[in-house]
Design a binder for this molecule. Sequence first.
Ligand SMILES: NC(=O)c1ccc[n+]([C@@H]2O[C@H](COP(=O)([O-])OP(=O)(O)OC[C@H]3O[C@@H](n4cnc5c(N)ncnc54)[C@H](O)[C@@H]3O)[C@@H](O)[C@H]2O)c1
Length: 462
Amino acid sequence: MRPHNFPSRSILAELLKLGARTCNGAGTRASSAGGHLELEVRSVKRALCGRASTLRPVVGAIGLEVVVLKKRLAGCDQRQSMSTWAPFANGHGPVSNGDGGGDARKERIAVIGSGNWGSVAAKLLASNARSQACFHDEVRMWVFEETLPSGEKLTDVINKNKENVKYLPNVNLGSNIVADPSLESTVKDATMLVFCTPHQFVESICKQLKGKVHPSAKAISLIKGMEVKPDGPVMLSSLITEHLGVDCSVLMGANIANEVAMEQFSEATVGYRSDTSIAKSWVQAFGTPYFHVAAVHDVEGVELCGTLKNVVAIAAGFVDGLGMGNNSKAAIMRIGLKEMIGFSKLLFPTVSDATFFESCGVADLITTCFGGRNRKVAEAFARSGGKRSFDELEAELLGGQKLQGVLTAGEVFQVLKARNWEEKFPLFATVHKIATGHLPPSAIVEYDQKARKLSTQVPVYQ
Ligand SMILES: NC(=O)c1ccc[n+]([C@@H]2O[C@H](COP(=O)([O-])OP(=O)(O)OC[C@H]3O[C@@H](n4cnc5c(N)ncnc54)[C@H](O)[C@@H]3O)[C@@H](O)[C@H]2O)c1
């Protein structure tokens, strides 16, 4: 670890010289020099960020210079990166508009949503768009417009400061982020659509986007939740495909947004339908040295992991709010994971057991049950003895962010009722009944007794 008072500017100058020398020399050396440079600069930035906020402009300036250098390195190294990923060879990439210009062949990324996670996703994507030649530089982000207490529009502030002051304060999203209050202009030319809004808004957004997306666009959903229709549950990736006629992958994982925003190491899982080149392009768009992305051929498995763990997190929050210890919480998490697997496989027999061992499965369950917003609000609910409503606590504790677990518990409960599965999934059913005031928070313990009885009787999910 470098001492905090080292002369960052001169180190940076040395790094830039190293990069420039390498870039002017053999192209094959550019990649490793670039990786080395990135590591060095990250440690410079980390050291500076730990210091007083007066150093922020210096950190910003370093970021800018690194971007310029990375672009140059990317130019040197293009042949190498294209050999590991050929984005336009399969017909899913952008189609040339005939102007012969390089830009027309680049993927153009749009993010639909700008909450806590939406903003972090935009930051990850913007950094890759800046540094990789296969992406168009600009990343457009749709913002559900609101007026801030200062009287300014949120989009104006994001565009001026490159910071989402409401949903992700104190984090620079990148110079190439453009906040756009219009859904239509956000997606107009985009070939990679990243959906990241609270799940209750997705259908209405899709209706507004119908017929407006680029003909060769592909999509990915980062949204946790499902829609329950009269003829059964519909996963959001399928809803997006149905409305917009685009291939839709998913990305889920142990990713508490604020930690990823601080560039702390974490992992995520892409679930893709069938085309591995689509999976590769999403991995390439999101992956960074601190955000490792792996792809699995199991959209429903990955999406259900991300969706159902929020229900288990509510149960974990109840346990915390009741003042129970680690053993109780671990038991709830284990039983919750079992119900997640059972429910997913009953709904979609193609779901693979292995998916639950990816970041989207057990890792996301752990992080959400210890650090997520669902756990936090459920803890407050149980502490109040169930007297304060989730709506009231959400408004008080989350500052505009949305809770997904209670809605999802309701959606899961509709499925349990419709299919007569209530007895098979006592944890899921009990969470819903507690959240809606039909049982006291302490019922989470009585539920545990019931689950134990059930598991000694018959295999629950057959
Ligand atoms: N925050 C995390 O740590 C995290 C991590 C992984 C996944 N996710 C998932 O990402 C998805 C998006 O969550 P988030 O954290 O980005 O959002 P958020 O809860 O932080 O913010 C709420 C967002 O909803 C918008 N909004 C409010 N009313 C709206 C309306 N009527 N129509 C459309 N938009 C409206 C707000 O402008 C804001 O952008 C959720 O499914 C969540 O489960 C979140």
